[in-house]
Design a protein around this ligand. Structure first.
Ligand SMILES: CSCCC(=O)C(=O)COP(=O)(O)O
Ligand code: MG
Length: 232
């Protein structure tokens, strides 16, 4: 029986275009100014710059160089934890200043509430930092959805295409793998979750939906509910 839902964000609860056309450009535009302002004031920023220097080989004292690395990582959609930490801090300013709301599909909001009210435990697993996850759901176009979630996981548990990450999540939750349903739009993530024993559903929100016998496929959260949760 499914007791826990673990959901991805980009392409699953929220549109890919919001992440790539609103969040990433905002981070790119403000990265240089943000790093310059906070590099000596905020220990977390300084620590992320240490990691960026170590990973890229850029000199730690070359702030322009480090900013260029970060901008390049944004352009390449790299899922580097240090970049994601900085992006979350930057987006906090954007949400608080009203530059944007977090996009969440109406069906996702409706069923997150419905599943929560039916006693399912809801968790997020995204490459975006935990701070960024709380922001997108806290400042969402569908209202504050954070009360529905029991917890959040980011790349500190590992990459989303690695089975060990899902085993780490299961260890932290203390539940049997078969009681967890993982929702994502990326097949490689579903395969990794299945290797850890989780059940999965593939969200195909845009384009043609091709049925597969490997796992359930759904266009939206209502279809997830119809296929996997209605008779639980
Ligand atoms: C928390 S919203 C920003 C998501 C993000 O930064 C990202 O890279 C998308 O990752 P996901 O694992 O949600 O596909
Ligand atoms: Mg995704």
């Amino acid at each position: 029986m499914i007791r826990v839902i673990l959901t991805d964000i980009e392409g699953t609860t929220s549109s890919i275009s919001f992440v790539h056309e609103v969040l990433f450009p905002y981070a790119r535009e403000h990265m240089a100014e943000f790093v310059r302002e906070w590099q000596h004031e905020d220990l977390t920023v300084a620590e992320q710059l240490d990691i960026v220097a170590e990973k890229s080989g850029c000199d730690r004292t070359d702030i322009d160089g480090l900013v260029r690395v970060l901008e390049q990582w944004i352009d390449e959609d790299r899922k580097e934890t240090a970049l994601k930490t900085l992006q979350g801090m930057l987006w906090e300013q954007g949400y608080q200043h009203g530059a944007f709301d977090g996009h969440v599909y109406p069906d996702a909001a409706e069923y997150l509430r419905f599943w929560h009210d039916r006693g399912l435990r809801l968790y997020v697993y995204s490459s975006g930092s935990v701070k960024a996850q709380k922001l997108i759901f806290g400042f969402s176009s569908e209202g504050d959805l954070t009360p529905f979630f029991s917890g959040y996981f980011d790349t500190n548990v590992g990459g989303k295409k690695e089975a060990v990450s899902y085993r780490n999540i299961l260890d932290q939750l203390g539940v049997e793998p078969q009681t967890v349903l993982f929702l994502s739009d990326v097949e490689a993530e579903l395969v990794a979750a299945e290797s850890a024993g989780m059940r999965t559903c593939w969200l195909v929100r845009e384009g043609d939906l091709t049925e597969t016998d490997k796992r359930p496929v759904a266009r939206d959260f209502r279809e997830v509910d119809d296929q996997l949760l209605q008779h639980r």
